[in-house]
Design a protein. Structure first.
Length: 217
């Protein structure tokens, strides 16, 4: 699945690059007969790569900027790679058999439609509207589930459908462990067969970090 990029962090990185290389970019723009672009104009070019500006910017969109014949495209590429080089503390992932969700646990959001379309080694989640606050959790969860389980459900590159009568549904919410008192963001995959998982996320640098995996079969 395409990795979702934090737009504000990208914009800050872009600002630093355009400030540090203002002279060089001005010369390049002049030599190419192009007007120098400010940060907002550069971000606007990135948004125009999207079919719908309301959707989050993804890694795939950043890579599409290679096709832009403009200083903004080059700057956006550099900004993205700069973000990739920032080292963040790794989230220690553990597997557990001791944290099944209680039967009366209620989700806040349920992903119960759409499909995963295989694209190389990844899959793209399509035909679904996910509320903005749940996009990072759904993205991380479906990426993990694709790697460990769902990719074996596709045949000859066919889509993997989501739904109660398809391959399964993803329930999203929160859960507080009564023993530790720690509250997790939870994504609970209810599989049609023997591939149900509950994924427990913590927050690291304001991003979901998968810390506990409960296999439920």
């Amino acid at each position: 699945m395409a990795k979702i990029v934090d737009t504000s962090a990208l914009k800050n990185a872009l600002a630093n690059i355009m400030q540090n290389e203002a002279g060089a970019q001005a010369q390049t723009s002049h030599a190419q007969g192009a007007k120098p672009l400010n940060i907002d104009q550069a971000m606007d070019i990135l948004h125009k790569v999207k079919a719908n500006d309301q959707n989050p910017i993804t890694q795939k969109d950043i890579m599409a900027c290679k096709k832009l014949d403009a200083p903004a495209g080059q700057a956006l590429q550099k900004a993205y790679h700069l973000l990739q080089k920032v080292e963040e503390p790794a989230c220690e992932r553990k597997f557990t058999e001791d944290m099944p969700l209680p039967q009366n646990w209620l989700p806040i959001y349920v992903l119960e439609s759409g499909h995963l379309r295989p694209e190389g080694d990844i899959a793209i989640l399509e035909d679904v509207v996910v509320p903005n606050e749940f996009i990072p959790l759904v993205d991380e969860s479906m990426t993990y589930l694709w790697e460990v389980h769902l990719k074996w459900r596709t045949h000859d590159g066919a889509n993997v459908n989501i739904g109660n009568r398809e391959n399964g549904i993803l329930r999203v919410g929160t859960y507080t462990d009564p023993d530790s008192g720690k509250t997790y963001h939870v994504c609970d995959w209810k599989d049609i067969d023997d591939g149900s998982y509950t994924l427990y996320f913590e927050r690291k640098n304001n991003e979901p970090c998968l810390s506990l995996v409960q296999f439920n079969n």
